[in-house]
Design a protein around this ligand. Structure first.
Ligand SMILES: *Cc1c(COP(=O)(O)O)cnc(C)c1O
Length: 442
């Protein structure tokens, strides 16, 4: 960011180049601007970057201080000698302009005070958990979780004396209170505390919803507010579920999915109040794991269309599921638009503003029939992941959940005839034609 060219003395009427950011407007005549509008410009002033309308990609490992005293002040903020954190940019393991704009924009979607971004969803989840646990502590989590999250708790944190208790996603407030009481006893026995409640809703691959409001009530009744409730909101966020409004403290994303949205990057994010973000930022400063500037720039582009893309994908999924619902070769759908359980429907009505575009399709038959269906799809690509512009299909029992023991698979309903589908933004009638011809070959 260099100075704009000096104004020639001979042109006194030429306005002086301005180098300070314009104060940002987030309301007009008392109207609060929506996240959709703010995604086009929030947190970036072209004046600071030679008038470049879009933020440049800042490929630099370090940032020059205006003076030695400024350098000292920055480090006092980073090391915690002075409250309030860094006041400017210091070093690219800590932060950079692209990442800061991205974090400002991500926090807007969740109505959060602060946000942090990472090199992957799993980096976000691992650093988040590590920032809050000590030896002897207990993590309480809903089940199922994304397999790598579950593995990190059970196989990695356990090496450091951290234990866990899990409860089924659909649990009632009473069941949640019971597991929290048990966790409190377990923590007391181990000389620790209940360090975090970690939820994933909807859960992968069952789409089971967790009652966030009930968990907040249970946490407040049994534990102290020092134990944060974090929730992986990858499947419905940031558009269709805003968990901070329902009592969660921290929202977690794999930005690889709907937010990135083009299946061309891997990244993660968390958002919440500064009090929860600060310890995570400190650990990220130490470990690294911040998203790189190029990926952050791509995510800024993605955020400009996230609402458009998610809306279209959601409408497409509704049309495709309406077609699949009564198809003779289909044995059921796990789609949030067609919930059968009244308690799950109640959670959906309170927490969600859309059914998403990722669902399970149960093909009549078993693995052979499901594979025939998958192998005959022409538009939908055969790949794991979700939330991209293109439609993807996969077979959890044989792919993402292959290593899950058979009893747990059965308990979670991960059967051999389950096909996982993420609907993209193609023409919905083309997608229906593709599913129809592939089902005909089953
Ligand atoms: C993909 C995913 C993750 C992990 O994110 P990465 O970006 O792949 O590291 C975590 N949680 C959920 C629900 C996911 O779908």
């Amino acid at each position: 960011m260099t100075d704009a060219p000096a104004t020639p003395d001979s042109a006194p009427d030429t306005p002086t180049p301005r180098r300070n950011p314009k104060p940002e407007k987030t309301t007009i005549n008392g109207r609060e601007l929506t996240p959709t509008t703010l995604m086009m410009g929030h947190g970036y002033d072209p004046v600071l970057s030679e008038g470049s309308l879009k933020p440049p990609i800042f490929l630099t490992s370090t940032f020059a201080f205006p003076s030695a005293a400024d350098g000292k002040r920055h480090f006092e903020g980073i090391t915690g000698k002075r409250a309030g954190g860094a006041e400017g940019l210091v070093y690219s393991r800590f932060n950079g302009p692209n990442q800061e704009i991205l974090e400002d924009r991500l926090s807007i979607w969740d109505g959060a005070e602060d946000a942090l971004t990472f090199s992957s969803g799993m980096t976000a989840i691992c650093i988040l958990m590590m920032a809050f646990v000590s030896q002897g502590d207990v993590i309480v989590h809903s089940g199922p979780l994304y397999a790598a999250s579950e593995g990190f708790v059970a196989k990695v944190l356990s090496k450091f004396g951290v234990t866990y208790l899990d409860f089924p996603a659909g649990a009632t407030r009473e069941e949640m209170e019971a597991v929290l009481e048990k966790a409190k006893d377990q923590a007391a026995n181990n000389g620790g505390k209940v360090a975090m409640v970690y939820l994933e809703s909807p859960a992968n691959p069952t789409n089971a919803l967790v009652d966030i409001e009930a968990m907040k009530a249970a946490r407040d009744a049994v534990l102290t507010p020092d134990c944060p409730i974090a929730i992986d909101n990858t499947f419905l966020g940031p558009l269709w579920q805003r968990p901070l409004k329902h009592g969660a403290d921290i929202v977690v994303y794999s930005l690889t999915k709907y937010v990135g949205g083009h299946s061309d990057l891997v990244a993660g994010g968390i958002s919440g109040a500064k009090r929860w973000m600060d310890p995570v930022r400190a650990l990220r400063n130490t470990m690294g794991g911040i998203v790189d500037p190029n990926t952050a720039w791509m995510l800024l582009r993605s955020l400009e269309t996230v609402e458009l893309r998610m809306q279209r994908a959601g409408e497409n999924a509704a049309k495709v599921c309406a077609f699949l619902r009564n198809h003779p070769k289909v044995d059921g759908l796990g789609y949030l638009g067609f919930i059968k359980d009244p308690r799950q429907q109640d959670i959906f009505d309170r927490h969600c503003s859309g059914a998403g575009s990722t669902f399970s399709l149960f093909v009549k038959g078993g693995e052979a029939e499901s594979f025939r269906f998958l192998d005959n799809l022409t538009i939908a690509k055969l790949a794991v992941s979700l939330g991209g512009t293109e439609t993807l299909a996969s077979h959890p029992a044989a792919m993402t959940h292959l290593s899950v023991p058979d009893e747990r698979k059965a308990a979670l309903g991960i059967t051999d005839n389950l096909v996982r589908i993420s609907i993209g933004i193609e023409d919905p009638d083309d997608l229906i034609a593709d599913f129809d011809q592939a089902l005909a070959k089953v």
